[in-house]
Ligand binder design. Structure first.
Ligand code: PA5
Length: 462
């Protein structure tokens, strides 16, 4: 199979009742997408969509690879400290391309590349348990924050810095840190410059959730031996496929247009991403953040209030067949499911032929676990279709760096197209500010007012 496939048959009429007619793909939906595509291309030309330049940033990649090679020789453990867009992309790459057991493998099996830990939540149990397992003399902390000020990440940095300095000479301690941050602003850059800590840039025009193909995702990948050039080649190939404004030839365009149509015309705002591969579950979580933070906006670009917008949900096949599927099949008709499946699962595990006389087991013998999972994906898609529930399937040839680059670029492009279709700014996140300001006030940050908090009402607390 050549390149990623997006199968949207089960979003179309008459396969799915109430689906989109073929006629509309060449008529009003094509026009709608052409306008969205033009707006995205204008933003690209204006330089505001920096993520579209990342696949071609050869100099940055050379620097990432050079730094990663050096770190890989020195350190046994690399800890990424970053949250939201600064952590989810690295986790998605790690799980997909290194697999779930990477950190448990021996040095030989890892080819002597370091273990990789991505820590987002400042939960003391998680952080303490991690530090207790690491050797400070052989650990690198990659502190990732575009703003260089995010409370969770900065707090973890402070703890990590003290922890390293308690075990390593002060002048050597800074060699255990790498900052990935804004190229010119922020507290992290200020500290890095003052203390000559190595730094990698998150380009000014690349926001957190669009940064996976910048040093934010590339360094952690490269330090564990993943070739960032393959990731970027896949992303560039998808970008190339999506240069056309012809809806039926543009996979990200179809993805965005049909999900937007499902929300705005079929009252289906819940968009479930359900990979049938454990390794791809973090990609669904990464997409959940991308779709939610980019499209969940209270006002349009025209300044009008809006109460609509999609709600992404990350699921996992086949696990969620035993959890969410009943709801997807028979619950409210307000959802679209996007499956992600893999053609070549690579690690085959054959199911032995035993208990030939017991029908409930006998049919499984001779198949493989990968085939079972894949058949379940097809069966679930067909069951949903028969129940009149629209769904689509992304197929990757395999879970490799190139294929992942294609997938991540598909979803990022779909997100900015969807932003244009909904008429919202997909690049900002004004809704997260108030909570941050209240946190700063409660913790006594300089310049932040202590907020008046409502006292709890005992009558309403059981
Ligand atoms: O996508 C986003 O912009 C956010 O999720 C940020 O990545 C997140 O808030 C972390 O921000 P920063 O990278 O500035 O620490």
């Amino acid at each position: 199979m050549d390149g990623l496939k997006f199968d949207f048959c089960n979003l179309m009429e008459p396969r799915v009742e109430g689906g989109v007619s073929a006629h509309r793909l060449g008529a009003d939906l094509a026009d709608r997408f052409r306008a969205a595509h033009a707006s995205v291309e204008a933003s690209r030309q204006a330089g505001s969509l920096g993520f579209l330049d990342l696949p071609y940033a050869a100099e940055t990649v050379d620097r990432v690879v050079a730094l990663a090679d050096g770190f890989a020789q020195w350190f046994e453990d690399v800890v990424v400290l970053g949250i939201g867009g600064s952590g989810l992309g690295a986790t998605a790459l790690k799980e997909a391309l290194l697999g779930p057991a990477w950190n448990a493998w021996s040095d030989e099996r890892r080819d002597h590349f370091p273990r990789l830990h991505v820590v987002d939540n400042p939960d003391p149990h998680t952080f303490r348990a991690l530090l207790d397992r690491l050797d400070p003399a052989r650990t690198l902390f990659n502190v990732v924050s575009k703003s260089g000020a995010t409370a969770e990440t900065m707090a973890q940095y402070l703890v990590a810095r003290e922890w390293v300095e308690s075990a390593v000479d002060a002048h050597k301690a800074r060699g255990h840190f790498l900052f990935t941050t804004d190229p010119s602003r922020g507290a992290l850059r200020q500290i890095g410059e003052a203390e000559e800590i190595p730094m990698l840039p998150v380009p000014e025009n690349v926001g957190g959730r669009f940064s996976v193909l910048s040093p934010v995702g590339l360094l952690p990948a490269a330090v564990c031996g993943i070739d960032p050039r393959e990731l970027l080649a896949g992303a560039a190939a998808m970008d190339d496929r999506c240069r056309t404004d012809e809806l039926t030839r543009n996979p990200a365009g179809i993805f965005a247009t049909l999900l937007h149509q499902a929300d705005t015309e079929q009252a289906r705002p819940i968009h479930v991403m359900m990979p049938y591969a454990d390794r791809l579950r973090p990609v669904a979580l990464w997409f959940q953040q991308l779709w939610a933070e980019s499209l969940g906006k209270a006002v349009t670009l025209e300044g009008e209030s809006r109460l609509t917008g999609p709600t992404p949900v990350a699921a996992l096949g086949a696990t969620d067949q035993h959890s969410l599927l009943q709801l997807l099949m028979e619950g409210p008709q307000d959802k679209v499911v996007v499956f992600v499946r893999v053609d070549d699962v690579e690690a085959e595990v054959r199911i032995p032929e035993r208990h030939p006389g017991i029908g409930a087991l006998a049919y499984l013998g001779g198949h493989t676990l990968g085939h079972l999972l894949d058949v379940e994906c097809f069966a679930t898609a067909e069951a949903l279709r028969r129940a009149g529930r629209p769904n689509a399937t992304v197929t990757l040839a395999r879970v490799g760096a190139r294929e992942l680059g294609e997938l991540l670029m598909l979803l990022q492009l779909a997100t900015v197209y969807a932003g244009a279709l909904y008429g919202v700014d997909p690049l900002d996140q004004p809704g997260v500010e108030l909570g941050k300001q209240l946190t700063y006030g409660l913790l006594g940050r300089d310049g932040a007012e202590r907020p008046d908090m409502l006292e709890p009402d005992e009558a309403w607390i059981l």
